[in-house]
Design a binder for this molecule. Structure first.
Ligand code: CA
Length: 328
C-alpha cells in the first residue's frame, strides 16, 4: 500500500558527535486503485485487465458488483450488458421494454457465454475511447467476484505481495426492487475469503449513503468503508458520512474546481474538510487520455496528490500513477 521510504534524520547535539537515526516512515500513504483494472489498456473488468493492473503495481484493484439472476455477484460496471458485451447478438429476444439487457435477467452460466469487449456505444457501435484496445478483438469473458478474489489472492501467494480489493456495491435500490439484498450477499463472500475488518486489504465503496450506513450499522461490517460522492450538495454531509465511513470517493472536479488567471489551479476545501473529520479521500477518475485543461497527466496528478493532498486515485492507467509516485 504505502511506499515506505527510509528517512535519515541527522541530529546534532551540542557538545556531542553527530548521530544518524534511521526511521521507517510511510511516504504519505497515497494509494493507487486500478479503476476497473488496467482499463486504459484492456477491456474493463476482465481478468486480463486485473492481472495487468496487478503487475503494474497498483495497491488495490476495483470490482464493480451486479448480481446475476441466480445471485452470483458479477464484476461489471453497469446493471446493463449491451455496452460491453455481444448480448444483443447472442440473446436478442431477452431485452426489456426499455430496449436494454439486464445482468439480473441472466444466469451466471448464460453470462459466461457472452463475449466482452472494449466499452462501446450500442447505437453507433463506436468505441467510447477510440485509442484503447480494439473493439471485438481477442477473447474476453465476464467473471464472478469469487473468481476475481481467487485471482488476486493467488497472485498474492505467488508473488509474496498483498494487493487489496476495492469492491463497489452497485445500485442497491435496483437490486432490492428485484428482490435481492446485494450487500448481504457480497459481505458474506468477503467474510468467507477473509476480508473482515479494516486491517484486511479490502475497501468497500457505494454511492448510496443509506446503504453504506446500513452496511455499517444493520449488517455490522467492520470493513474500511468509502462513501462515493457525485453531487455538490453531498459536500455538506461530510460529518454525517464520518459517523459510519472511513473515507470519501469524490469526483476529481469536486476538488480541482477551476483555473486562476495566473495559471494556478483552484482547489476546493473538500479534502481539508474531510481530513479534519479523519476521512481519507480517494478521487475518481484519472485518465491519461482524458486530460481536460491539464497539459499532462503528471500535472493533473501533481495538483491532485500534492496541492489538493488527496490520499488515493482511481485510475485507468495504474502504471503511470505508480511511476509518478515513485519519482515524486
Ligand atoms: Ca466503480
Amino acid at each position: 500500500m504505502s511506499k515506505f521510504s527510509v528517512v535519515i534524520l541527522t541530529l546534532t547535539f551540542i557538545g556531542c558527535q553527530t548521530n544518524e537515526i534511521k526511521i521507517a516512515q510511510p511516504k504519505a500513504e497515497k494509494i493507487v486503485i486500478a479503476h476497473r483494472g488496467a482499463s486504459g489498456y484492456l477491456p474493463e473488468h476482465t481478468l486480463p485487465a486485473k492481472t495487468m493492473a496487478y503487475a503494474m503495481g497498483a495497491d488495490f484493484l476495483e470490482q464493480d458488483i451486479v448480481l446475476s439472476k441466480d445471485n452470483v455477484p458479477i464484476v461489471i460496471h453497469d446493471i446493463h450488458l449491451e455496452t460491453v458485451t455481444d448480448v444483443a447478438i447472442q440473446f436478442s429476444n431477452r431485452k426489456r421494454e426499455d430496449n436494454r439487457y439486464y445482468v439480473i435477467d441472466f444466469t451466471f452460466e448464460e453470462l459466461k457465454q457472452l463475449n466482452v469487449s472494449e466499452r462501446f456505444d450500442p447505437l453507433t457501435n463506436k468505441a467510447i475511447y477510440p485509442n484503447r484496445f480494439p473493439l471485438g478483438k481477442s477473447s474476453f469473458k465476464l467473471h464472478s467476484l469469487q473468481e476475481e478474489i481467487e485471482l488476486i489472492q493467488g497472485l498474492n501467494k505467488s508473488t509474496g505481495k498483498n494487493i487489496g480489493i476495492y469492491p463497489e456495491i452497485k445500485d442497491p435500490v435496483f437490486h432490492l426492487k428485484e428482490g435481492k439484498d446485494i450487500s448481504k450477499i457480497v459481505l458474506n463472500i468477503l467474510t468467507k475469503y477473509g476480508y473482515k475488518n479494516k486491517k484486511d486489504r479490502c475497501i468497500l465503496q457505494c454511492f448510496d449513503a443509506n446503504e453504506l450506513k446500513r452496511i455499517r450499522t444493520e449488517l455490522k461490517s467492520e470493513l474500511f468503508l468509502v462513501q462515493l460522492m457525485e453531487f455538490k450538495e453531498e459536500e455538506t454531509r461530510l460529518e454525517e458520512f464520518s459517523k459510519y465511513a472511513d473515507g470519501i470517493g469524490p469526483w476529481i472536479q469536486q476538488i480541482i474546481i477551476g483555473k486562476n488567471k495566473d495559471g494556478t489551479w483552484q482547489i476546493s476545501n473538500l479534502v481539508s474538510n474531510a481530513h479534519q473529520l479523519h476521512l481519507k479521500v480517494h478521487a475518481y477518475t484519472f485518465r491519461a487520455d482524458q486530460l481536460g485543461d491539464f497539459s499532462s497527466f503528471d500535472e493533473l496528478l501533481n495538483v491532485a496528490l500534492y496541492e489538493a493532498n488527496i490520499d488515493g486515485v482511481f485510475t485507468d492507467f495504474p502504471d503511470k500513477v505508480v511511476k509518478f509516485l515513485n519519482k515524486n
